[in-house]
Write a protein that binds this ligand. Structure first.
Ligand code: TRP
Length: 478
């Protein structure tokens, strides 16, 4: 198999769309509004934005740097880079390769439980097309949800279909599969989001919901909220496990990664806010409590939709939105596995995708079946689904993120890191751009870019590891 010729993203827009595709997902559309609702509304948003820009963007950059510098999947990336940063470039086993394995393991585990909910979104798209919610009251819609999730085979079929859809796109490759579909699906997602926002804002009583979401209640901010915001940030930006190392390895050496990382962070936060603007006014307008939790998307909203004019249509496009957002996220998770399997074991992309899909399906089935009442799939009182969710969000991703920033900040050479951040325009001694760069690329690499790169480097080296470590440890002590 020819693995020497690696594919790249075709354009800067492609990078942003694919990375945004990975970032935007269930994390934005239903996890963020729930977290914000429970943690002080706009106050949570402000804390979240600060964490996303201060820690999220630098960590995203760190992953891009590892990916582009090594042009490799997460496992190969640490092996290659650690070899070159070691004395004299001697070949030796690097303990950091473990971070790569950890990342691929996380991709498997996240994909397994993520496709459970992905399957539900597909099932609910079907239900909304068939008009299953018309004329139902809240109890009826709640009953439908528990009937659906505990059905012996329906959620499994939906999960399988979703995995298949993901595999088909990933098999097509980076440019023709991932980039092409992200460029179609992301703009569509934004249009649907805006349509839903307008609808929600024009409902009677929308103001009250908006006030709840946008009026900060700072009294709710405590250490617990910081932990939730960091967890939300990792999950929402897809950082801490190598998805963006993989995508970074497809970025062209001339592309400006820093502006892509900032754009994706802002777009991700914008979509989370828009989701809040869809959900809170609609929920308040129909007298439904916003802290309704994860069932918000599958019970509260169908209920709200079926009470409003044009509800059939809006319900349908809402679930279409969920399917689209989820699909571009599952694509990025499967790509981590496929890149690692195909490069490490020298398999073809198709073979790697089949193995990855079957492997995920095996664990995924357990996650989905653990929702059946009386299911034996409980370990220590929690479902397999929750176990996978907690193991990845509370341990694997923070540990992965910590080791990634430590690697880039302390193990890689500063000159190499700065070189990646400024596309080779960095001059070590003066701490400024190399001569001539102002004429060669006057707009892309300004002094501002150079100063921002230095700031990001310092954050990666000092602030990010300390912040992640403190938050991780305080979560363990809780
Ligand atoms: N970011 C996605 C969301 O918000 C989920 C996701 C995709 C993800 N790829 C990931 C989470 C990698 C962690 C790591 O729904």
């Amino acid at each position: 198999m020819d693995n020497t010729k690696r594919e790249n993203f075709g354009s800067k827009l492609g990078i942003i769309m694919a990375t945004a595709g990975s970032a935007l997902g269930l994390g934005n559309i239903y996890r963020f509004p729930c977290e914000a609702g429970a943690n002080g509304g706009a106050a949570f948003l402000i804390v979240y934005l600060a964490i996303a820009l201060l820690i999220g963007t630098p960590l995203m950059m760190a992953e891009f740097i590892i990916g582009r510098r090594s042009r490799s999947n997460p496992i190969g990336a640490f092996r290659k880079l650690d070899k070159t940063s070691a004395e004299g470039g001697k070949a030796r086993k690097s303990p950091f390769t473990l971070v790569g394995y950890l990342g691929v393991l996380s991709a498997f585990l996240i994909l397994a439980f993520y496709t459970t909910v992905a399957g539900w979104t597909l099932g609910y798209l079907g239900k909304s097309i068939a008009g299953h919610f018309g004329g139902q009251d809240l109890a009826g819609i709640q009953q439908q949800f528990s009937d659906f999730t505990s059905h012996p085979w329906l959620p499994l079929v939906c999960q399988g279909a979703f995995l298949l859809l993901t595999a088909v796109v990933v098999m097509r490759g980076v440019k023709d599969g991932i980039e092409r579909w992200s460029k179609i699906l992301m703009p569509l997602l934004l249009v649907i989001m805006v349509v839903l926002c307008i609808k929600s804002l024009t409902l009677s009583g929308a103001n009250e919901g908006l006030r709840f979401f946008l009026k900060p209640d700072f009294s709710k901010i405590d250490a617990g909220v910081l932990i939730s915001a960091l967890g939300q940030c990792f999950f929402s930006l897809s950082i801490g496990m190598g998805a963006l190392i993989t995508y970074g390895s497809y970025i062209d050496k001339n592309d400006n990664m820093l502006s892509s990382a900032v754009s994706v962070t802002l777009a991700d936060t914008l979509v989370a806010v828009l989701a809040g603007i869809v959900i809170f006014p609609a929920a308040f307008s129909f007298g439904i409590q916003p802290e309704a939790g994860a069932s918000l998307a599958f019970t509260t909203l169908p209920m709200v939709f079926q009470q409003m004019t044009g509800g059939y249509f809006f319900c349908l496009i809402f679930f279409l939105l969920l399917v689209i957002a989820t699909l571009t996220s599952t694509i990025s998770l499967l790509e981590v596995i496929v890149a690692a399997l195909s490069e490490e074991l020298h398999l073809s992309r198709t073979r790697a995708a089949i193995i990855g899909t079957v492997g995920t399906a095996i664990i995924g089935v357990l996650a989905t079946l653990s929702f059946r009442p009386g299911s034996p799939l409980h370990i220590g009182g929690t479902t397999v689904f929750d176990l996978l969710d907690h193991a990845t969000a509370m341990y694997l991703m923070p540990i992965g993120g910590l080791l990634i920033v430590l690697f880039v900040g302390w193990r890689m050479k500063r000159a190499d890191v700065m070189d990646e951040m400024t596309n080779g325009k960095w001059k070590e001694n003066s701490g400024k751009m190399k001569e001539g760069c102002t004429t060669a690329a006057p707009r892309r690499h300004s002094t501002f870019h150079s100063q921002l790169s230095t700031l990001i480097y310092l954050i990666i080296r000092y602030l990010a590891p300390v912040a992640i470590a403190i938050i991780f440890i305080s979560q363990l002590l809780k």
